[in-house]
Design a protein around this ligand. Structure first.
Ligand code: GLN
Length: 457
């Protein structure tokens, strides 16, 4: 059967009309993974037995008339989501043999809906990176150009969706890790408002920034998955209940700070075209200013490592790790260089004497960045810019230059610092994929998705 370009919606129709069963659909995706993933390397683990078992159950659900939008549809998870009794490595040697003892809340929710889990996708170790090259196992390739990176850290998820090796995938976004790979692979990536989707059972990187979200073929699919995974969870005290009102307002803010030096000309051109298309669709385009944008990257690269150093303290070789012989040996031998660097940086900025100079200052900057958005959102519904300042880069190109790598997060990190929802949607340019970044107001995903969908359609 043909699975190319299947979306959740079209797969759902096919299942509902009896054009194919979930077992047939799942088998087709497993075959595709077998053929294609040798080249792309999006998957760390393929959970074939689980997928086929779930597909059979989904077909039963469909027969019983208990179908939801996601029943019987094959998806993939970034390998930092726990799926009970399956490996969860976070693409780290440290957790190479770790078997998850329970399901993440998001996993549990999708399971209840009858989703089919094809496997676990590659990431930069512990989600620290922007290219998927920092995985301890292997680098994933960009399906749109095999010489290039798929972005990161949810690079495996974005590549799997782009290469039709699953219908949709789950990622996590601490500073751009859903949106930037979606942008690089020419697919859609949604980072929900902090607190809308449970983080329970997802390996923590920086807890005040982490959010789970979908990577999909289009905006409609992103909405479907978002609706299925959001909600209050007693295991994540930061989740909140809220009701969003319908809105037809269509004002788009364009921050001048996003078009400063360092932005690739092709990316800029493509974003300008998108702005023009929005104007033609009836959007009011408004100039806005986010004056503290220039501090976002520095602020993020203090706060995220600080929180990571605390979160990763649990990996001590006793509770997790390759052997129980030594705490230090485990941390020395089984963490990669990027992870060690961040733990050291984080420990340093939290230590007495440096706390005020770095960490506390970063927290203050974070408030200023958040206030900038609040001001801008008094005038507009969403803010538009590029997702990444550069095109998908070549494998190895930025490996030796961490600053260049960090700079690719320049537009995405401030969204996490402010806790906002944002989506990356592919622009309609020729050549390498470029992502349009739309940032919404807190808990106004519906409005954001509607405006994103206007373009996507
Ligand atoms: N690229 C960013 C980093 O390296 C963001 C990672 C993420 O969102 N998980 O920290």
């Amino acid at each position: 059967m043909k699975i190319e370009n299947l979306t959740i919606k079209s797969a759902h129709e096919g299942l509902k009309n009896g054009d194919f069963t979930s077992v047939e659909l799942t088998t087709a995706y497993l075959k595709k993974i077998e053929e294609k993933d040798e080249e792309i390397r999006a998957f760390v683990t393929v959970t074939k037995d689980l997928a086929l078992k779930q597909a059979k159950e989904a077909d039963e659900m469909i027969k019983r008339g208990e179908m939801t939008m996601l029943t019987g549809i094959p998806c993939a998870f970034k390998d930092n989501y726990l799926i009970k009794d399956e490996k969860c490595t976070a693409s780290s040697k440290f957790l190479e043999n770790y078997i998850a003892p329970y399901n993440a809340t998001v996993v549990e929710k999708l399971k209840k809906q009858g989703a089919v889990f094809l496997g676990k996708t590659n990431l930069d170790e512990f989600a620290m990176g922007s290219s998927c090259e920092k995985s301890a196992f292997f680098a994933t390739k960009n399906p749109r150009d095999l010489q290039r990176v798929p972005g990161g850290s949810s690079g495996g998820s974005a590549a799997a969706v782009a290469a039709d090796m699953c219908v949709y995938a789950l990622g996590t976004d601490t500073g751009g890790s859903i949106r930037q790979p979606a942008s690089f692979c020419g697919v859609v990536g949604l980072k929900p408002t902090y607190g809308t989707v449970s983080r329970n059972g997802i390996i923590a990187f920086a807890s005040s920034l982490d959010q789970a979200g979908p990577i999909t073929k289009n905006v409609t699919d992103a909405q479907i998955v978002f609706e299925a995974i959001k909600g209050v969870d007693e295991y994540d005290s930061t989740t909140v209940e809220y009701v969003e009102e319908e809105s037809n307002s269509f004002k788009i803010g364009v921050p001048k700070e996003y078009f400063a030096e360092g932005l690739d000309e092709k990316v800029k051109e493509s974003i300008m075209v998108a702005i023009d298309q929005y104007r033609k669709m009836g959007a009011e385009i408004v100039d806005v200013s986010l004056p503290h944008t220039e501090y976002a990257l520095a602020c993020y690269y203090i706060i995220a490592p600080a929180e990571a150093s605390a979160n990763l303290a649990r990996f001590d070789g006793l509770r997790y790790g390759q052997n129980i012989d030594g705490i230090i040996e485990n941390r020395t031998n089984y963490f990669g260089s990027e992870v060690k660097k961040r733990i050291m940086l984080g420990t340093y900025t939290l230590s007495s004497g440096y706390y005020d100079a770095f960490y506390k200052k970063a927290l203050k900057a974070r408030t200023l960045i958040k206030n900038d958005f609040e001001e801008a959102f008094k005038k507009v519904d969403v803010i538009l810019g590029p997702t990444s300042p550069c095109l998908p880069f070549k494998l190895g190109e930025k490996q030796e230059d961490p600053m260049a790598m960090y700079l690719s997060d320049i537009y995405t990190v401030s969204v996490n610092l402010a806790g906002l929802p944002a989506i990356s949607i592919p622009s309609k340019n020729e050549g390498l994929p470029i992502g349009i970044h739309l940032i919404g107001q807190p808990f106004k995903e519906k409005a954001l998705l509607k405006i994103a969908n206007n373009y996507d359609r």
